[in-house]
Ligand binder design. Sequence first.
Ligand code: RTP
Length: 155
Amino acid sequence: QEVHAAELERTFIAVKPDGVQRGLISEIISRFERKGYKLVGIKVVVPSKEFAGKHYHALKEKPFFNGLSEFLSSGPVVAMVWEGEGVITYGRKLIGATDPQKSEPGTIRGDLAVVVGRNIIHGSDGPETAKDEINLWFKPEELVSFTSNAEKWIY
Ligand code: RTP
C-alpha cells in the first residue's frame, strides 16, 4: 500500500525540562522512532515564560497555569514534530495518562514519571491543537518532508 508523506498526520511532541535534565531525550525519541513514526522537525529551546503561556493558553484559568508556564520555561525543552498514520492519537497512547500515577506501565509516563507536575513529555491532544502547536514552535522551513526507505515496510 502506497502512502504519500503529504497525506500523513503530524503532531507536536516536547520533552519538558524534567525529561531533558533526567537524560530521557533519547529514550523518548526511541519509543516514537521504533513504533514507525518519522521525525520531521527537532530543536532544543529554552522558551520564555510568555511563550510557555502561549503554548498552554487553553489552561490559563487553571490554578496550576502560572507554575506550569514557569516550569516549561525553566530550562531546555526538546521540541519535535512527528509524522505518521494516527500519530496524534497513538502518540498520546505512547505517552500515557496525564497523571503518571494513572498511566499504564509500558507508556512513557507510566514507565518514567511519578507525579503530574513532572510528567516529562507533552503531546498535542487533537488535530487542531497539533496544527496550532506546530505553528507556534516551528517555522515551515524548519520541517522536512521525505519518504524513508523503511516506509514501504511500515505501511
Ligand atoms: P500535555 O498537554 O502536557 O500532554 O498534558 P495533557 O494534555 O495530558 O494534560 P493537560 O490537562 O492539558 O495539562 C497539561 C499539563 O499541565 C500539567 N498539569 N498539572 N493538577 C496539576 O497540577 C496539573 N494538571 C495538569 C501537566 O504537566 C500536564 O501535562
